[in-house]
Write a protein that binds this ligand. Structure first.
Ligand code: F6P
Length: 323
């Protein structure tokens, strides 16, 4: 292992820069050549690279987004695209490649490894959705969840003042983690997540019950799932059952930006160094993660083929505390 590359792919997540910085510093400490690949798999196919030295990663640990930029590359879903990427990796002379991203990134990496005899591939989980099997937390989740709590706190002030019902929509395409943890920390009354069927009638009855025992406001945290904006439809449906003034707030991409929290900086740093060490230890085709406080190495296929279950303890806690 002499020369390695690093890229970020899929949705950006706060803490990715801390991870890039850690990869570069760990590589230089072990006398590896390191280059950055810009714009994720799109840049990998195009051979779009940037030199990475100590100067390039100076003063980036506190920045959201990704200094390498990112993309969701439709070309990488084709065999032809992946073969062009493999040829590009060969031209760059890479022995190893670190991929910071989510499920789509790791699915692409698994397909690349099946299509071509290429560099050793090691993944690092970065996704605000926290939906990747093989790690308890993904880089970016903590920052996004704190953004959601901050929004819930602010909206509670105005909800209480007007005795209103609010629907607050957070991200999370296939996973309710953001909604669940944000909902617990924000003291929300109801949760709508992709993992569960929603009954508008039952939800409306519970909200009515809350007001009847003296609650002055109610907050429903909704994970956007496959349909961003779904909260407007939900609010209309609930209105048919409840005579309450209601409003909808969709947080959207607000949650993806901003300075990473301490947790995301530490996790990004830990997993960045671990990814370089994994390559040096001869590992390939795996994702580094943290499970119950221990470093974990999960085959790339499992990270996207297996569904990360919702934390059942936290789900139970939400039900008890939201009553
Ligand atoms: O990165 C994950 C995520 O933020 C999902 O929660 C969301 O559904 C999706 O990305 C949005 O993607 P885009 O930024 O491409 O619209």
């Amino acid at each position: 292992m002499k020369r390695i590359g690093v890229l970020t792919s899929g949705g950006d997540a706060p803490g990715m820069n801390a991870c890039i910085r850690a990869v570069v510093r760990a590589a230089l400490a072990r006398d590896l050549d390191i280059i950055g690949i810009r714009r994720g798999y799109t840049g990998l196919i195009a051979g779009d690279t940037v030199p990475l030295d100590r100067t390039a990663i100076r003063n980036v640990i506190h920045l959201g987004g990704t200094i390498l930029e990112t993309s969701r590359s439709p070309d990488f879903y084709t065999r032809d695209g992946r073969l062009r990427a493999a040829a590009s990796i060969e031209r760059m002379g890479l022995d190893g490649l670190i991929l910071i991203g989510g499920e789509g990134t790791f699915q692409g990496a698994s397909l690349l490894a099946a299509d071509a005899d290429t560099a050793a591939l090691v993944g690092v989980p970065g996704s605000i959705d926290n939906d990747i099997y093989g790690t308890d937390y993904c880089i970016g989740f903590d920052t996004a969840a704190n953004c959601a709590v901050d929004a819930i706190d602010r909206i509670r002030d105005t909800a209480r003042s007007h005795e209103r019902l609010f629907f607050i929509e957070v991200m999370g395409r296939e996973s309710g983690y953001l909604a669940l943890e944000g909902g617990i920390a924000g003291g929300a009354e109801e949760l709508v997540i992709p993992e569960e069927e929603v009954s508008v009638t039952q939800m409306s009855e519970r909200i009515r019950g809350g007001f009847s025992i003296g609650k002055r406001s109610a907050i429903v945290v909704v994970a956007e799932g496959e349909t961003p904006g779904i909260s407007f439809h939900l609010a209309d449906e609930v209105k048919k059952h409840l005579d309450l003034d209601s409003r909808v707030v969709v947080l959207g991409h607000l949650q993806r930006g901003g300075p990473p929290t301490l947790r995301d900086r530490v996790l990004g740093s830990l997993l960045g160094v671990t990814a370089v060490e994994a390559l040096l230890d001869g590992r390939s085709g795996c994702m580094v993660g943290e499970v119950r406080g221990e470093l974990a190495y999960t085959p790339l296929e499992e990270t996207w083929q297996k569904k990360k279950p919702l934390d059942e303890d936290l789900r139970r806690v939400f039900t008890i505390l939201s009553d």
